[in-house]
Each structure stands twice: as C-alpha cells, then as structure tokens.
Design a protein around this ligand. Structure first.
Ligand SMILES: Cc1cc2nc3c(=O)[nH]c(=O)nc-3n(C[C@H](O)[C@H](O)[C@H](O)COP(=O)(O)OP(=O)(O)OC[C@H]3O[C@@H](n4cnc5c(N)ncnc54)[C@H](O)[C@@H]3O)c2cc1C
Length: 334
C-alpha cells in the first residue's frame, strides 16, 4: 500500500488548521492497517474525524486515517443487542442507525462529531451519558507487534474523558472496532434539565427519537458548527477540586458552578471559570473564545495552531491566578 507524502490535513481537522502530514494513508480493514504498520515511517499518528486534535505544527512520520466501516448485530435476545461497529464509522451515523433499529443507550450522545474508533479514547460523554455504560469490548492492533488484542470494559479503565489509551497505553494501539450492548427496553435518561425543557417545548414525550432530536436541537443552538467556525468542542476538561477548596472559592465567588464528584470532591464548570475571567468572546487574530460558549476555542479562519495553543495557555495561566485551579486540555495537542 502506497503512502502519500506532504499530505494536507486542513480539511481533516475540525479546527480547520493548516498542517501537512509527512506521510499519509487510509486503511479500511485490519489487514490493510497491519500492512501499513509494517512499512510506515515512525512516529505514527492515527486519525479519525480530527474533531479532538489541535495541530500545532506539521506532523512528522505517518498519519494513518481509520476508515474501517460496518455495523453488525453480533447477537441479540429480547432485552438487548450486541453491535460491532467499524472504527471508521462516523459516530453520529451509528447513533442514527441505533435509533432506527429502536436500540437504546446512545441517544443522548447524538451529534458528537468524530469516529467510533476514537469514542473509547476519551469515553465520550454528553447530557448525563458516557459510552462506558454501553461499551462491551474493542478490538485493537498493537502498533509494534501488529497483533490484535481485545479489551473489555474493565481493561479500558474508563473515567471522565479518560481511558487507558490516553494513559498507560497512549500511542500503543489502533482501535479498529468497538462493540456496544444496546437495550431493547426503553430506559430514557432525561435527568439533564435542558432535555426535559426541550421535550416540553417540542410537545413530545420521551422516546429514542425525541430525546435524540432534543439533544441535536440543544447542541445546534449552543455549539458552533465546525463547518462554519473551526473548533474542537470543549477545549478543557471540567476540573475536579477538593470540597474544601470549592467552599473557600464559594465564599469569594458565590455563583461558582460545581457538582459533587465522589465523597470529598467537586467538579467545577470550566466554562464558568473562563467566562468569569473575562475570556468569553475574546479574539486575537482569528484565534478566539466562542461568544456563547466559553469552553470552546475557535479558529475564525486564518488562525494557526500555535495561536490557539498560546490562547489556551494564557487562559490556563489566568484561571490559575484567579481561582488557583489548573485547567487541563481535553483536546489532544499534536
Ligand atoms: C463541535 C464539537 C462538539 C463536541 N462535543 C463533544 C461532547 O459532547 N462530548 C465528547 O466527549 N466529545 C466531544 N467532542 C470531541 C470529539 O468529538 C470526540 O472526542 C471524538 O470522539 C473525537 O473523534 P475523532 O474521530 O474526531 O478523533 P480524532 O480527533 O481524529 O482523534 C482524537 C485522538 O484519538 C486518537 N485516535 C483517533 N482514532 C483512533 C483509533 N482508532 N485508535 C487509536 N487512537 C485513535 C488520535 O490520534 C487523537 O489523539 C466535540 C467536538 C466538536 C468539534
């Protein structure tokens, strides 16, 4: 299989940043991937939909784009179906497929950009759901040995926007397919107030279709569409701090937004911190903070990856100074 050289990545990342891959190829099966792994120059970067990366420079070595397709029901009974999905399938297409088949569990995750193969990387989540609750196992190829390995739910060590593939096993495996256990018995999760309100406004009762439509409508209102304004969704994770630090901040900033996270920790809304520090709507030479959503950094057209990186570092420094909180990037900085 031939690799292409000096391949432009601008249309392959949702920030719309201009960068080149020294070598580039697409793969549509595990065998094609294994062949590429045997010949591709290192370092390697695996690319899905490019919706969670910040390209700060040209990419040295080889970029391999996952285009493994296929959605198959592997087994089913009265209660559930086990569905195996190719890593290159677009996540939202899979969500739409599941709703069409009346299989529940991922409707709250409608319209999250990106590929199925990248979804376990950070245990994608939204509106009170995360993929770990429907995840059964994944099939991955070890980059050095080219052997296929199966990881079950426990092996993946899922956490908030985290899996072992972002930690101990970072850069070691290519996720080729993911299997999900979806439910035939409705168990709707409308605990996120915005979903309830949206359903009311739609005059709809809870169903897989209506929840998905509600989530899509809320997301389209709240988040900039990368086709119009380059972005990678939430740039930072919501930080977790001790209850003691939260109480102390609350005495200074009574409106601070936080949610209990385990016994003695509080998860703080990073968007609130960034907005309070005055960054919402800030722009400098096409790199900016979105005007409606302070957690989303944007490229208004000609920004460079380095401009967005610098902006993110300035925000981190200002949040550290004002609140004593270290913000961690959710986006993978390349
Ligand atoms: C508008 C917008 C809204 C978003 N909303 C959400 C949200 O609500 N919740 C949420 O969790 N995320 C959200 N995201 C982030 C993003 O959609 C997810 O993280 C998504 O899973 C990224 O998929 P991708 O295929 O685009 O990954 P990429 O950006 O291509 O890759 C991300 C990382 O995973 C690695 N990688 C990709 N595929 C594989 C593979 N098959 N094997 C091994 N490594 C791989 C890459 O090397 C890179 O480090 C949003 C992004 C945007 C632009």
């Amino acid at each position: 299989m031939a690799l292409e050289h000096n391949y432009p990545l601008q249309t392959l990342n949702t920030f719309g940043l201009s960068a080149q891959a020294e070598h580039f190829a697409r793969f549509q099966s595990i065998e094609e991937l294994q062949n590429l792994l045997a010949q591709a120059e290192r370092p390697l970067m695996i690319l899905g939909g490019g919706s969670n990366i910040l390209l700060t420079q040209d990419v040295k070595g080889s970029v391999l784009k996952n285009e493994i397709g296929g959605i198959h029901i592997i087994e089913e009974d009265d209660q559930s179906a086990l569905v195996k999905v190719g890593g290159g399938v677009v996540w939202h297409d899979f969500v739409m497929w599941s709703i069409n088949k009346q299989l529940g569990g991922i409707e709250n995750l409608s319209l999250i950009p990106g590929s199925v193969g990248a979804a376990p990387m950070q245990n994608i989540g939204a509106y009170g759901s995360e993929i770990k609750s429907v995840f059964e196992e994944l099939e991955a190829v070890h980059i050095d040995s080219r052997e296929v390995k199966i990881f079950n739910n426990e092996d993946c060590q899922f956490g908030y926007r985290y899996s072992i593939f972002k930690g101990e096993l970072k850069g070691q495996f290519v996720i080729c397919s993911v299997s999900f256990r979806l439910s035939k018995i409705p168990q709707f999760n409308t605990s996120y107030g915005a979903i309830e309100d949206e359903l009311k406004a739609m005059g709809a009762t809870a169903s897989l279709e209506s929840i998905s439509q509600a989530v899509i409508a809320i997301r389209q209102r709240k988040l900039p569409n990368p086709k119009d304004i380059g972005n990678s969704g939430s740039f930072f994770k919501n930080p977790t701090i001790s209850n003691a630090q939260f109480e102390s901040l609350k005495s200074q900033f009574p409106n601070i937004v936080g949610y209990p996270n385990g016994q003695d920790k509080t998860k703080v809304a990073a968007g609130w911190l960034i907005e309070q520090a005055g960054w919402k709507g800030y722009t400098h030479q096409d790199a900016g903070v979105h005007k409606n959503q302070a957690l989303v950094l944007v490229n208004y057209g000609q920004a460079k990856g380095q401009d967005i990186l610098k902006l993110s570092q300035d925000i981190q420094a200002s949040i550290q100074q004002k609140f004593g909180i270290a913000l961690e990037a959710e986006v993978n900085i390349i």
